[in-house]
Design a protein. Sequence first.
Length: 123
Amino acid sequence: MNDDRSKQPWQDRYAVQATEIVAETPDLRVLVITLAPDEIIPWHFHSTITDTFFCLEGELEVEARAPRATFRLKPGERCAITPKWAHIVRNAGPETCRYLIVQGLGAYDYIPVGGTAAGGSAA
């Protein structure tokens, strides 16, 4: 379910099937995000927070660069992306993908990185 209580920072940058805010403080955010097939969260990084992904349903792919790494998660698996590590998040399967993400500790920011969804070069 989408949370309509207030506009969230990512809403002008990309759309996903659903976002549920589980908890949010100035230093920590916990969300459940649902991606339809072929949906992505474009290349970006965060200044101070770590993104920890927990796949709940479907197949989730988190690709990072500098250094390059690809995490392909199935339900029950997790990975973490540390601050300033550019990454893209995508539904890697033919069905809906749902994951829990813990973002913290620190203030949330979303800094876009140039390139394409398919992994073009960084700006």
